[in-house]
Design a protein around this ligand. Structure first.
Ligand code: SF4
Length: 171
């Protein structure tokens, strides 16, 4: 039996950059360079769903943490994380190690050490520039989706380290 019984949870776009908003995908598909050390270690990868693509599709605009941070969206995140939690708890009950969770720094949802704030929204029109990104800021802290995942894992007694394997290119 060759299985390593070692699982790493990764945010969706590390394995599929097509989920990212335009024009942030800076690789064609898989972030192979970022994932290579994990793959070499022999861990299994469990891919999280992309909350933004699931909620708003691929025509969504870039948004910030405040814009996603409301009860309806948090409830949605909990709902799409439920099947993943079932998988993860199945592994831990069977004695497997959950050795980490990897996110994408800068994301309002999957940021680990860094997330973005300051884009307050409103109509996209001239005269609203101050709300449309001019005050966009990167700040320390988790994105909404990772905050929720961490809470749900903790409630199950699972406390893996959270790491960012890539940073969103916000240029
Ligand atoms: S960072 Fe998270 S929310 Fe953004 S595209 Fe990747 S998986 Fe989706």
């Amino acid at each position: 039996m060759k299985r390593g019984k070692n699982i790493f949870i990764v945010c969706h776009c590390l394995l599929n950059s097509n989920a990212k908003i335009y024009p942030l995908a800076d690789t064609k598909g898989v972030y192979t360079d970022d994932l290579a050390p994990l793959i070499r270690k022999g861990v299994g990868l469990v891919q999280l769903p992309c909350p933004e693509t699931s909620y708003l599709g691929l025509s969504r605009w870039g948004m910030t943490k405040e814009q996603y941070d409301n009860k309806a969206y948090r409830d949605f995140c909990k709902m799409i994380l439920h099947p993943i939690l079932l998988q993860i708890t199945a592994y831990t009950q069977a004695g497997y190690t959950i050795s980490g969770v990897a996110g994408m720094d800068g994301s309002p949802n999957c940021g680990i050490a860094k997330t973005c704030i300051g884009y307050r929204g409103g109509e996209i029109c001239s005269g609203n520039e101050q709300n449309l990104g001019s005050n966009l800021e990167m700040v320390a802290g988790r994105g909404v989706f990772m905050e929720i995942l961490e809470e749900l894992l903790k409630a199950e007694g699972i406390v893996p380290p959270f790491v960012s394997l890539h940073e969103e290119n916000s240029e």
